[in-house]
Design a protein around this ligand. Structure first.
Ligand code: AMP
Length: 353
């Protein structure tokens, strides 16, 4: 039944959780992913084992599905544009374009009235030295594309030498961001339906370890005003992109309560996993509702909670998590616990609201 099938590009844990949510609403799912028996395909109805930009595979996906979505932001834009001629693609491919390049992303956020760190495009060592001088010797240098979890970055504090930094980061297009003196990092997850209705979850406070998300806590330790500004940013962005689906925005909160957007994820997000235990409608169901054309659900939170990622060997403590009350365990079907690999997460409810 074509009308009930959702295609998902990408076969990781986010695709897996989307497939789970989809199945409860009687949607079938097909995963497009080159790695056989990937986490998402273990739970989906079927998998097309092919590269993300394989035209024949994309054509078969479009023929079998009523709508196609994706679970990671580095889906080739040309693949999404090719698909959109055959079948609706949500979120819109423009969201991929914006999120794949840190320079485009910051320019777009600013054009929506969402503040970011000050930034300069860096195309040479000379550009870097000029920009660092403008930022009084401090800044964070990042590759424009394909950096994640702190990879492809260099931090400069006053007095640090910049020699050779452009080449060390690969001689590719870079962005230098001014250094944001933040006291905490938060994120907001929000969804927009086909009818334009927008729903925002409460912001979560995030702690990273070695560049990887370690915990997300709700409520975040922020004022109502900061929370409202995070929601306002999400509404501006979702509206500007004519978005359908769920997205995440990560922010820095500064000492003087300014909210500075760092990056966006045009998909469900790790810092929104808490919603599966603390809300009736999780971010995964919200995304499936949006792309499947159903009304969005309420993002209300019934509990306070802490989500902790299980990275690498953390999964060995599984039995002790299982003994705890009010802890939801969610594992991703990955067999080998390599260092830095996200194996699962737990959500501990810490009180009713
Ligand atoms: P990102 O890959 O952009 O998420 O950055 C990884 C981490 O580096 C962030 O979670 C921050 O802790 C830090 N960071 C990134 N950009 C900045 C910035 N402009 N100012 C201060 N810290 C930053």
């Amino acid at each position: 039944m074509k009308s009930q099938t959702i295609g998902i590009i990408g076969g990781g844990q986010l695709g897996r959780m989307l497939a789970m949510a989809a199945s409860r609403l009687n949607f079938r799912t097909i995963i497009l992913e080159p790695q056989p028996d990937c986490p998402a395909a273990q739970l989906a109805n079927s998998q097309i084992v092919a590269a993300y930009d394989d035209r024949e595979a994309l054509q078969s996906l479009a023929e079998a599905c009523a709508v196609v979505t994706y679970e990671f932001e580095n889906v080739p834009v040309e693949a999404a544009r090719f698909l959109e001629k055959l079948v609706p693609v949500y979120p819109p491919p423009q969201a991929l374009e914006v999120a794949q390049d840190r320079l485009t992303e910051k320019q777009y956020l600013n054009s929506c009235g969402i503040p970011t760190a000050d930034f300069r495009a860096i195309g040479s060592q000379e550009d870097l030295e000029t920009a660092l001088e403008e930022f009084e010797g401090e800044g964070v240098l990042k590759t424009c594309r394909l950096g994640y979890d702190g990879k492809g970055q260099a931090v400069f504090r006053k007095g640090d030498a910049a020699d050779g930094a452009f080449a060390r980061l690969g001689g590719v297009p870079l962005i230098l961001e001014s250094f944001v003196p933040f006291v905490r990092e938060i994120s907001i997850i929000a969804g927009r339906g086909l009818d334009g209705r927008i729903e925002c979850y409460d912001p979560a406070e995030n702690v990273h370890r070695s560049g990887i998300l370690h915990t997300s806590t709700v409520p975040a330790n922020i004022s109502g005003d900061v929370a409202a500004r995070a929601g306002d940013s999400a509404i501006r962005l979702l509206t500007a992109l004519d978005y359908v689906g769920v997205l995440g925005i990560e922010f820095f909160v500064t000492t003087d309560d300014r909210l500075i957007a760092n990056e966006i994820a045009p998909r469900v997000h790790n810092s929104g996993h808490w919603t599966e235990a603390a809300c009736v409608i999780s971010q995964f169901e919200q995304h499936i509702r949006a792309v499947g054309g159903l009304p969005l659900g309420s993002p209300n939170r019934h509990s306070d909670c802490l989500m902790q990622n299980l990275i690498g060997d953390d999964i060995l403590a599984l039995e002790s998590w299982a003994l705890e009350d009010d802890v939801l365990i969610h594992l991703y079907g990955k067999t080998e616990p390599r260092p830095g690999r996200k194996m699962g997460h737990i959500t501990r409810l810490t009180g009713r609201r």
